[in-house]
Design a protein around this ligand. Structure first.
Ligand SMILES: [Fe+2]
Ligand SMILES: [Fe+2]
Length: 184
């Protein structure tokens, strides 16, 4: 198991969340009723599992190691990945705000939520593709096997410290949403 395998496995879970968000977008577009509670659950998963923990591992651990290995932070793939994480955070912030507006009965809230969800899914699908197919290959090639071993431990410590048991709780919440939205 390499550190990039851990991240790739997390991508599989994040892509499920994107598929769920896609189904929710379709429901909104066809004026079907959507559960606000489910919107909160999927956004929570994205904030905690995808952003705080997964993007945290990339930004605070993997990317700095890649820089140490001689891949520059700016003007290359790391810089692009960082920018895309930030862009994603803006969409997530807008989705969170519009769930709140929806609760207050603001009429435009659901449409604004939907537009941000569409943008977020497109951004993240493309982002994950680039990491899986380009950046992680660079990492596998440029980071020595002994440093990769170290990274595995650092990932574990980071996860424990940053989200702890939320890791399992969020995956469990995702499983339930999958049952509702992806299995027919
Ligand atoms: Fe990333
Ligand atoms: Fe990633």
């Amino acid at each position: 198991m390499k550190p990039t395998d851990i991240l790739k496995n997390e991508h599989v879970e994040i892509k499920k969340a994107l598929s769920i968000l896609n189904v929710i977008v379709e429901k909104i577009e066809s004026s079907e009723k959507v559960s606000i509670e489910d919107l909160e659950k999927i956004i929570n998963f994205i904030r905690i599992f995808a952003d705080k923990c997964h993007h945290g591992k990339e930004e605070k651990i993997l990317f700095p190691k890649l820089e140490e290995a001689g891949i520059p932070r700016y003007g290359g793939p790391i810089g692009v990945m960082l920018m895309e994480h930030e862009e994603g955070r803006r969409y997530v912030k807008n989705m969170v705000e519009n769930i709140e507006n929806l609760k207050k009965g603001v009429e435009t809230a659901l449409d604004i939520f939907k537009d941000n969800a569409v943008n977020y899914v497109a951004l993240l699908e493309n982002h994950i593709w680039k990491e899986d197919n380009i950046l992680f290959h660079l990492a596998d090639q440029h980071i020595s096997p002994s440093k990769q071993e170290e990274l595995l431990l650092i990932f574990e410590e980071f996860e424990e410290k940053i989200i702890g048991e939320e890791h399992e709780k969020q995956l469990e919440a995702l499983r339930k949403l999958e049952e509702t939205y992806l299995k027919k």
